[in-house]
Design a protein around this ligand. Structure first.
Ligand SMILES: C=CC1=C(C)c2cc3[nH]c(cc4nc(cc5[nH]c(cc1n2)c(C)c5CCC(=O)O)C(CCC(=O)O)=C4C)c(C)c3C=C
Ligand code: FE2
Length: 496
């Protein structure tokens, strides 16, 4: 019964309203796959799915994680509920039967235990590794129908538009990447997180291969799936490295994944569990609170510091028209972190704002740059910036926050500035991700990929006038951009 309920709520969670043909990410449960026992997790297999095994990293990460495990287990055994705990994704399913049924074939639990090969696929955005990669990386990003959401009729313009926008934005982006050393650190950090997660899983008695699949740059999700197939993985946990779900991030990565699964017989028969958001997990919340707590102590008067959460924005229409849960999840996440800090006697004022907007449309408000100026004008003197939508350092922490926003804040009258680092390979955090993987493994099941496609807005579907307006402006805008490079440069200062 628990397994059935779990399947129903998983389907609900992955169904976001996204337009005319709702791009639901339905999960359907395959009978028999919920009977996997924890006893199977002890099987050993090679780790050739991992790139660049770094022995020293492995050892130091292992000792950090080992020292953390006791604390995490203690916290878990206390069953402290944090936020909306989603039992469908994180609740354990009991080993209910001795047999497993795959495509009508019955195997005994002990025989399939010997062959079980667990894989964990970390999904991330990816970033250009050199300045020459910047424009093609931007092309991949803007060619994503979950990033630039054109009406269905104008989808044929997606790639030409992506070409134009990427060429137009590349010089500004390159400046940013040049300022942080000539490329994005995302691949290196994500590989380190993959290594650390593998070790944390080993320590918890689960042998698993951990793969990295990026949405817009190497190693692409497709490459990871090829390796998963080559390694004959028999059960897969998919973990997007975004704590909060957005159509534009985890949603886009999962949609791409589903498209590959639909086209490949092996992947279509692979039991999969997707952890689509994990901002409410106790381990994540406590790890964030630890970082904030530690950095507050670096100020001369810690109790006077404004805790300034800066989240990556999304266009307002994602939340208001397409049902993106991103803003709600972000607000709940901040509230959980502040509650955790309060329980430690830390009661600083805090605020949430959204950064990194792109293009002429309205994004989630308030905007980080505007709030910084206002806080300066209001006489706030000390501020601790906390990047909260991403768990690696990247261009928007290293350049936008550390350089642009810091400069703006100091100019606006703020005297003392600090910035909390991204979680990276923090051992308590990685250990909690390992727990999340272990918890969802038993509910791995076959994915129903029938309804997967790009996204469109709900308003377009229900409002014919809005649809006609979008159609008209979409076409005029796209054709003007396509026809006139001069116009693009004129537009550049408004667009980007
Ligand atoms: C939760 C995180 C993110 C959301 C939500 C998100 C939405 C989103 N982003 C763009 C446009 C760009 N994003 C770029 C880089 C970038 N974005 C994220 C995360 C989220 N994006 C990260 C981690 C990175 C950095 C990768 C790196 O190389 O370090 C870029 C490129 C950089 C730049 O030119 O500023 C663009 C462009 C949109 C349009 C969007 C929502 C629709
Ligand atoms: Fe982004």
């Amino acid at each position: 019964m628990e397994a059935v309920n779990s399947a129903v709520s998983q389907t609900k969670l992955l169904n976001f309203r996204s337009g005319r043909n709702s791009s639901s990410l339905n999960l359907s449960r395959h009978r028999g796959t919920t009977s996997i026992c924890y006893a199977k997790f002890g099987s050993h297999f090679s780790d050739d799915g991992l790139r660049e095994t770094d022995k020293s990293l492995k050892l130091s990460a292992a000792s950090n994680i080992a020292s953390d495990i006791n604390n995490v287990n203690l916290a878990k055994s206390m069953h402290v509920p944090v936020g909306r705990h989603r039992h469908n994704l994180f609740g354990r399913t009991n080993c209910a039967a001795e047999t497993c049924i795959y495509d009508g074939e019955v195997h005994s639990a002990s025989s399939s235990a010997a062959q079980e090969k667990i894989g964990v696929l970390l999904l991330n955005l990816g970033g250009p590794e050199t300045l020459n990669d910047v424009q093609p990386f931007l092309f991949n990003l803007f060619a994503d129908p979950d990033i630039i959401r054109l009406p269905r009729l104008f989808r044929f313009l997606q790639r030409p538009l992506a070409q134009l926008i990427s060429v137009s934005r590349a010089p500004k982006s390159k400046e940013g990447y040049a300022a942080i050393g000539g490329g994005s650190p995302l691949r290196r950090i994500t590989d380190e997180q993959a290594q650390a997660l593998k070790l944390a899983l080993e320590i918890k008695d689960l042998d698993a291969n951990v793969y990295v699949g990026m949405r817009y740059w190497h190693p692409f999700t497709e490459d990871a799936l090829h390796q998963i197939k080559k390694d004959k993985i028999t059960k897969l946990v998919v973990l997007p490295l975004y704590p909060q779900f957005s159509i534009s991030t985890s949603g886009s990565s999962i949609r791409v994944l589903q498209n590959f699964i639909r086209e490949d017989g092996y992947l279509a028969r692979l039991p999969i569990s997707i952890i689509e958001s994990w901002y409410h997990r106790e381990g994540y919340i406590k790890s964030m609170a630890d970082l904030i707590d530690a950095d507050l102590q670096k100020f001369t008067n810690p109790e006077e510091v404004m805790v300034f959460f800066s989240a990556h924005g999304v266009p307002l229409s994602y939340v208001e028209d397409a049902g993106d849960p991103y803003r709600d999840q972000m607000e709940e996440c901040i509230s959980l972190i502040m509650t955790e800090l309060k329980s430690r006697g830390i009661d600083n004022p805090h605020t949430l704002a959204y950064q990194s907007r792109v293009g002429p449309v309205q994004w989630l408000k308030p905007y980080t740059d505007e709030v910084l100026v206002e806080l300066g004008q209001r006489g706030v003197k000390s501020l601790l910036a906390v990047p909260v939508s991403f768990v690696s350092e990247h261009i928007e922490t290293l350049e936008e926050i550390d350089m642009e926003y810091r400069h703006l804040a100091l100019q606006s009258g703020i005297k003392n500035w600090g910035r909390v680092p991204a979680l990276g390979c923090t051992s308590s955090f990685i250990s909690d991700l390992a727990d999340a993987v272990i918890e969802v493994l038993p509910s791995a099941s076959l994915l129903n990929t029938n309804n997967v496609e790009g996204t469109e807005t709900e308003t377009e579907m229900t409002d014919p006038v809005q649809y006609a307006i979008n159609l008209l402006f979409g076409s005029v805008f796209a054709f003007l951009l396509m026809l006139s490079p001069k116009l693009i440069s004129a537009f550049r200062k408004y667009l980007f």
